[in-house]
Design a binder for this molecule. Structure first.
Ligand code: CP3
Length: 321
């Protein structure tokens, strides 16, 4: 099967059309519109799974951290850096604060029918912490690392809060009907492995253990290659892989896990022969895993040509047949 991260998004003209009528935040908070853009890539390409349309930062607004997306990247007016600011973030009941997500999931399930499963998701506590502390995207994660190296107990306090909230949020998605969940850890890979093991991994473990026995759990850690020995201590059904890993070489180190990945999203700007060749190489290597879900190694980017995605989907679904 194949789906791609950020498959509902700006590279699709039909998404642009919906976005021309409302802001990104409005889109995430309007169940009918979120449902519509979730279904768009399924209709157009026949992906084998849908991912609910939302953002990893959406569930932070009811905590008191409402990101603005109108300037391009996400921006938080007042970053969260002091003990008081961390304590002022409030945890909430997800069926109250993010009731629109549960409502959207129900509409999406109806729209998808029995054929196409729906993936729910959340950001990992660490990746969420980077956006909260930096107040947006970052190159060097200066403020987060200053906290890590000067007041690690503060970071732990923030992480604990985010972990509780994220587990509740994912449980709500499962209740509402998602068929699998993915935890996005886009920035977990910026730490020394010992810091990853101490700060990040226990929080991921607590969330995943809390969801055990409900739906399949996928952990996507971008840049996970140096942490493979740590990540493979997790009790999850599937691990995401980015394109810096050679699937054939890595799978023996990931025994027992289904895997998801791992074509470089930039490969979609290459020739169609090259897209086919690389996709087939990944499909062939993936047969060594107990399950392989084809994906990109990270989100698809806005300028991606539609016909490159068509070639990719045809190639992967053709391999399956
Ligand atoms: O995959 C999907 O189709 C579901 C939707 C989805 C979005 N964001 C939509 C989105 C998912 C799963 C995400 C996850 C997300 N959001 C992550 C983790 C995965 C990753 O890509 O690293 C992160 C770090 C974010 C935070 C975020 N949201 C950033 C940094 C940005 C701005 C940069 C960018 O690529 O636009 C967003 C905005 C965002 N999230 C858009 C979309 C479609 C673009 C908003 C618009 O329409 O203008």
């Amino acid at each position: 099967p194949i789906w791609v991260m950020r498959q509902a998004g700006r590279y699709l003209p039909e998404y642009q059309e919906v976005r021309s009528r409302m802001s990104f935040n409005e889109l995430c908070r309007t169940p009918e519109a979120a449902c519509e853009v979730t279904l768009q890539p399924i209709r157009r390409f026949g992906f084998d799974a849908a991912i609910m349309f939302s953002d990893i930062l959406t569930p932070l607004a009811p905590m008191g951290a409402d990101f603005d997306f109108s300037q391009g990247g996400p921006k938080l007016q007042k970053p969260i850096r002091s003990e008081d600011e961390i304590d002022a973030l409030h945890t909430y009941a997800p069926e109250e604060g993010t009731d629109f997500v549960a409502a959207a999931i129900k509409l999406m399930k109806e729209g998808l029918g029995d054929k196409t499963p729906l993936i729910g998701f959340a950001g990992s506590p660490f990746t969420l912490a980077t956006y909260l502390i930096e107040g947006g995207g970052s190159k060097d994660f200066h403020h987060l690392k200053t906290m890590l190296y000067s007041r690690p107990e503060l970071l732990d306090r923030l992480m604990a809060k985010l972990t509780d909230q994220t587990l509740d949020y994912l449980k709500m998605q499962v209740e509402a009907g998602v068929d699998a969940v993915q935890l996005f850890d886009t920035w977990g890979g910026i730490l020394h492995p010992a810091d990853y093991a101490r700060v990040v991994l226990p929080c991921v473990k607590r969330i995943m253990d809390g969801l055990k026995g409900s739906v399949p759990r996928i952990y996507f850690l971008k840049g996970s290659a140096p942490y493979l020995d740590l990540v493979t201590t997790l009790d999850v059904e599937a691990l995401g892989m980015d394109w810096t890993m050679d699937m054939a070489k890595s799978l023996p180190l990931m025994e027992g896990y289904a895997v998801q990945g791992n074509l470089d999203p930039q490969a979609l700007f290459g020739s169609h022969d090259e897209i086919r060749r690389r996709a087939l190489e990944i499909c062939t290597a993936g047969k060594a895993a107990p399950g392989h879900v084809f994906n990109l190694g990270h989100g698809i980017t806005p300028p991606t040509p539609i016909d490159a995605v068509e070639t990719l989907v045809e190639t992967v679904q053709g391999f399956r047949r």
